[in-house]
Write a protein that binds this ligand. Structure first.
Ligand SMILES: Cc1cc2nc3c(=O)[nH]c(=O)nc-3n(C[C@H](O)[C@H](O)[C@H](O)COP(=O)(O)O)c2cc1C
Length: 206
């Protein structure tokens, strides 16, 4: 089993990476593989709402990591999205990536356990965390809990290293992710995934 960890920071080896590597290390201890994918620091454009992906399952813009993330998430059994907190939210680049990665494509991610991880110097972690969880809870993805909301604190990896409680929250998250993945795997034969109803769309037009 394999978990995809997306590092949504512009810094490849910054604080977010430190938090995600704690998750990855604990997943490994639980015999679950993982990969940390860095979205880079180049611009990531917004979704233009062209609906081009409805036909192909991929974004029409192929010059940034969005389509790679789509493929990696389709292959993975679980997903963790990590992000620094910018003005009490996730970064604009990561939101642009996730908008295009999830829009009209989330059926492929259904029933894959998911979690958000945020890092901030001081405040806004829980607002950013809530925003990221919205992608999972609209996509039938079971959200993996921990012993606290998944945040580490620090301006840089050295400061995160001192956030012993935050790092413990990351390890608990990884243990819970491993447990849920193993439960789903064992149940696969006997408890099929729920059959969805035909989709209703009520656009409040009377
Ligand atoms: C534009 C910007 C906005 C930020 N806003 C916040 C904030 O609202 N709250 C906070 O505690 N830290 C804030 N920070 C600090 C970052 O959250 C912190 O440096 C970051 O988590 C480092 O993660 P990284 O090394 O993975 O990029 C901000 C940093 C930048 C560059």
């Amino acid at each position: 089993m394999q978990v995809l960890l997306i590092n949504g920071s512009p810094h490849k080896y910054g604080s977010t990476y430190r938090a995600l590597s704690e998750v990855a290390r604990q997943l490994e201890a639980e015999s679950i593989g993982s990969e940390i994918f860095h979205i880079g620091s180049d611009p990531i454009r917004d979704c233009t709402g062209c609906f081009g992906c409805e036909e192909t399952g991929y974004c029409v813009f192929d010059d940034d990591p969005v389509n790679t993330c789509i493929d990696l998430a389709r292959k993975a059994d679980g997903l963790v999205v990590g992000c620094p907190v910018y003005y009490a939210g996730p970064t604009a680049s990561l939101c642009a990536l996730l908008d295009r990665m999830f829009f009209l494509k989330s059926t492929a991610y259904a029933y894959k356990p998911a979690a958000a991880v945020v890092n901030c110097r001081r405040g806004g972690a829980s607002a950013a965390f809530d925003r990221l969880n919205k992608y999972f809870t609209i996509s039938n993805m079971p959200v993996v809990p921990s012993q606290y909301w998944n945040a580490t604190h620090g301006l840089n990896p050295e400061e995160v290293e001192q956030d012993l409680e935050g790092l413990q929250v990351m390890r608990t998250l990884a243990r819970n992710m491993a447990w849920l993945l193993k439960c789903i795997d064992v149940a696969r034969e006997r408890v099929p995934f729920p059959e969805p109803e035909p989709r209703l769309r009520t656009n409040f037009i009377r």
